[in-house]
Design a protein around this ligand. Structure first.
Ligand code: UDP
Length: 327
C-alpha cells in the first residue's frame, strides 16, 4: 500500500517508514524538517513540505496514489505547549485538520494518528484503559484529543477509517540501533541520562523525589520504538474493515526515574552525577498503560518489554551518533 508518512523524518516517523518499506508497503515521507532529520530517511521518496500547505499535500497524495496516511508531524513538548498554546493548536490541530481536508478532497480514507497518554491528564486509576476519563491538563494533550474527536466525527460520516494510537513513553532505537532519538532541545529522560553517561552533560536531574511511589520518583511505561511501530502496521491492516480504532500502546509495566537511571548506569558501565530537583509541573506520579485491547484486537505483543534491552538499543545509537544526526 502507498502510505504517506507525515513527519517521516522524525524519531517515530523514520522508524515507521523503515518498517513499512520492510513489510512491502510503499512509504512516502512528507516532512518540513523543522524537527526531523533528512539523514533518517533512506531509499524512499521524500517530499519537503509543510502540513499548512494544502495544495502540496493534495498534489503529493495524487502524485504517489496514496491510500493511507500515518501522521507523526506534531510538536511534543508539554512545557513548551503551556508557554505557546497557539503554536501547539496551530501545528497539532489546525495542520492536521488541513491534512484531513486534503485527504477528503483526494478520497484517501485511511488514517493512523499518533496520539498520546497525555489525553488522560492526571488519571485516577492505573494502569489506564482506553475508556478512562480524558481530561488533558496542557495544550499538548488537548490538541491531540481535539484531533481524536475530529476523527471520530469524520469517521461517522463514512469518509474516514482511523486509528488513534495513544503512546506511553516511546524510546530506544530501531533497526538494530541505527534509527535513534535526536530531539533538539532534548527533553526526554532516556536520551538525557545517556548524554550524562557520555559526559555530554554534567548531570541528570530527577524532577521530584517525593512522589507517592516506592522510591519517590515518577513511574512511566517505556515502550520500545519497534514495538510501537509494529502496532501501527497491525492497525493499518485492520483499517480495511474497521472505521474507528483507539488503542493504548505501552508495556503495562512501570519503571521509576531512579530505576531508569540505574539501568543506564548498568548498560553503559558509566557513573555520573544525579541531582535531585523540584517536581516538574504537570507530571502525574504514575502513568502505565493497560494495553490489553491492542493485544486482543490487533494481536499485538511487545518484543522488547525489558527496560535493559530498550536502553541497550538507545545506548548503541547514541554511541554511534555522539552528536546526533548530521542533517
Ligand atoms: N524526567 C526527569 N529528568 C529529566 C527528564 C525527565 O526526572 O531530565 C522525568 C519526568 O519528570 C517524568 C519522566 O522522567 O517523570 C519521563 O519524562 P519524559 O519527559 O521523558 O516523558 P513524559 O513522561 O513527560 O512523556
Amino acid at each position: 500500500m502507498a502510505v504517506l508518512i507525515a513527519g517521516g523524518a522524525g524519531y517515530i516517523g523514520s522508524n515507521m517508514t523503515f518498517m513499512l518499506a520492510q513489510s512491502g508497503h510503499e512509504p512516502v515521507v512528507y516532512d518540513n524538517l523543522s524537527k526531523g532529520h533528512r539523514q533518517a530517511v533512506k531509499d524512499v521518496p521524500f517530499v519537503r513540505g509543510d502540513l499548512a500547505d494544502y495544495d502540496l499535500i493534495v498534489q503529493t497524495l495524487r502524485k504517489y496514489k496514496i491510500e493511507a496516511v500515518m501522521h507523526f508531524a506534531a510538536f511534543i513538548e508539554v512545557g513548551e505547549s503551556m508557554d505557546f498554546p497557539l503554536k501547539y493548536y496551530q501545528n497539532n490541530f489546525c495542520n492536521t485538520h488541513n491534512l484531513l481536508n486534503a485527504m477528503e478532497q483526494v478520497g484517501v480514507n485511511k488514517f493512523v494518528f499518533s496520539s498520546t497518554a497525555a489525553v488522560y491528564g492526571m488519571p485516577e486509576v492505573v494502569p489506564i484503559t482506553e475508556d478512562a476519563p480524558k481530561i488533558p491538563i496542557n495544550p499538548y494533550g488537548q490538541s491531540k484529543l481535539a484531533v481524536e474527536n475530529l476523527c471520530h466525527f469524520q469517521s461517522q460520516t463514512g469518509k474516514l477509517n482511523y486509528a488513534a494510537l495513544r503512546y506511553f513513553n516511546a524510546c530506544g532505537a530501531g533497526q538494530n540501533g541505527t534509527l535513534g532519538e535526536d530531539h533538539s532541545p532534548e527533553s526526554h529522560l532516556i536520551p538525557l541520562i545517556i548524554q550524562a553517561a557520555m559526559g555530554k552533560r554534567e548531570d541528570i536531574k530527577i524532577f521530584g523525589t517525593d512522589y507517592p511511589t516506592p522510591d519517590g520518583t515518577c513511574i512511566r511505561d517505556y515502550i520500545h520504538i519497534e514495538d510501537l511501530c509494529k502496532a501501527h502496521l497491525l492497525a493499518l491492516d485492520k483499517l480495511n474493515d474497521k472505521t474507528e480504532l483507539v488503542y493504548n500502546l505501552g508495556n503495562g509495566k512501570g519503571y521509576s526515574v531512579s530505576q531508569v537511571i540505574d539501568t543506564v548506569k548498568k548498560v553503559s558501565g558509566k557513573d555520573f552525577k544525579v541531582t535531585k530537583t523540584e517536581r516538574r509541573p504537570g507530571d502525574p506520579p504514575v502513568l502505565t498503560a493497560d494495553a490489553a485491547k491492542a493485544e486482543k484486537e490487533l494481536g499485538w505483543k511487545p518484543d522488547y518489554p525489558e527496560l535493559e534491552r530498550i536502553i541497550e538499543s538507545a545506548w548503541k545509537w547514541h554511541n554511534q551518533n555522539p552528536d546526533g544526526y548530521k542533517d
